[in-house]
Design a protein around this ligand. Structure first.
Ligand SMILES: NC(=O)c1ccc[n+]([C@@H]2O[C@H](COP(=O)([O-])OP(=O)(O)OC[C@H]3O[C@@H](n4cnc5c(N)ncnc54)[C@H](OP(=O)(O)O)[C@@H]3O)[C@@H](O)[C@H]2O)c1
Length: 356
């Protein structure tokens, strides 16, 4: 497993880190907990020794499972978690943060309101909750999950700097920021490094190539890119016959619609499979290796729900593709066009039909 340092921080992570979102269940459908713990342990043993989680993943369940997997293994893996999304916000009625809340599916099937709250008091409570669930004394990377527009960024980052000084967190990161937000965060932090930025990036979602990855490639921040497998679609294992229960979020995604699934799988079969065969690798491993090699990417966060998936994903961290192979894969996905998803407006359909 190759390793890279995140930004100007002291935190070094494997190029493929374990993403523990799906282990929380809810949006992802039911998860066998014993298998989740074993998958985490197998991943750590295979060199995937940095785990990304968040309090909101399964409303505490993902962090608890990470804590179980680390019992007796403290120090064997870096723990990356988040602050700033809460489901038990203690806010006065009428607080602007309560407007426009989003709902997330809990493991018991309820849809729970999630609030962006990065006030210092909320950040401190969040970190205490994570330390307890994870069973660790220090979090290796604490990231603001999504920017809270109603709290000045300087106040949120100030709280994280204090927690760093107190030894409760080692490094500071952010997630889902825009390029301006990254500049702002770096300016506020001054001599304290902004270690990492989590952003979505995959062969099917390359918007980050416009600003965020070039910014990272200039050395301004490390990047932890998520959904590199497009929630499993880019493994080639989500074929037409696979169905998702109504409560599962993935079935509703644009790329998971029947026509789009078929288009993605055609590219995987015709272009990626021959490259995978040359390396004795799987489609998922080639897709992960492609993502890891893109300029500005420090590491991929990849979810696994079983020991077999964990082993397969960890091995991708040692796979090196030739530059011609990287270019062939990029070109094939650049030619791919996905049909608009459910709920798309007339303008989106028109643009699609007119080929724009
Ligand atoms: N900061 C943010 O806002 C944010 C947002 C999203 C994610 N993230 C982070 O990024 C991590 C990864 O993203 P993600 O979990 O959304 O998506 P992902 O890694 O693209 O997809 C994970 C899913 O793909 C399937 N899969 C994974 N490896 C496989 C393999 N080898 N073979 C077959 N199927 C495989 C599994 O689902 P099935 O087995 O059920 O098919 C798994 O749950 C998260 O866990 C989280 O840590 C952060």
């Amino acid at each position: 497993m190759r390793r890279r340092r995140l930004g100007g921080s002291s935190l070094e992570v494997p190029v493929a880190c374990f993403g523990a979102y799906a282990l929380g269940g809810g949006y992802w459908g039911p998860q066998d907990e014993a298998e989740a713990v074993l998958a985490l342990q197998v991943a750590i043993d295979a060199g995937m020794d940095a785990i990304d989680t968040a309090p909101v993943y399964g409303f505490g369940r993902s962090e608890e499972l990470v804590g179980k997997a680390l019992r007796g293994r403290i120090g064997q893996a870096k723990v990356l978690t988040k602050v700033g999304l809460t489901w038990d916000a203690r806010l006065e009625p009428g607080d602007p943060r309560l407007a426009g809340v989003k709902h997330q599916r809990a493991p018991d099937g309820r849809d729970v309101a999630v609030v962006r709250d990065s006030r210092p008091v909320a950040i401190r409570a969040c970190v205490e909750g994570s330390l307890r669930r994870l069973g660790v004394e220090r979090i290796d990377l604490a990231q603001i999950h999504a920017r809270d527009p109603h709290t000045p960024l300087a106040e949120s980052l100030g709280a994280l700097v204090e927690l760093r000084r107190a030894g409760k967190i080692a490094e500071i990161g952010v997630s889902n920021f825009d390029a301006r937000g990254i500049d702002e965060a770096r300016a506020i932090l001054g001599a304290v490094p902004l270690a990492g930025h989590q952003l979505q990036y995959s062969l099917l979602a390359r918007e980050a190539e416009r600003e965020l990855l070039p910014q990272a490639a200039r050395g301004e921040v490390g990047t932890l890119v998520y959904a590199a497998l497009d929630q499993g679609l880019l493994t080639g294992k989500v074929r037409a016959e696979r169905s998702f229960a109504t409560g599962e979020g993935r079935g509703k995604r644009r790329s998971f619609q029947a026509t789009n699934r078929a288009r993605v799988n055609r590219v995987l079969d015709e272009v990626v499979a021959p490259i995978a065969a040359v390396h004795g690798a799987t489609l998922a491993q080639v897709v992960l290796a492609w993502t890891i090699e893109q300029p500005g990417v420090s590491c991929v966060l990849v979810g696994a729900r079983s020991r077999a998936q964990a082993r397969e994903n960890a091995a991708a961290g040692s796979l090196l593709l030739a530059s011609a192979e990287l270019a062939t894969i990029r070109a094939a996905f650049e030619r791919l066009r996905l049909a608009p998803g459910p709920g798309a407006g007339v303008r989106t359909w028109l643009k699609y039909l007119l080929g724009r």
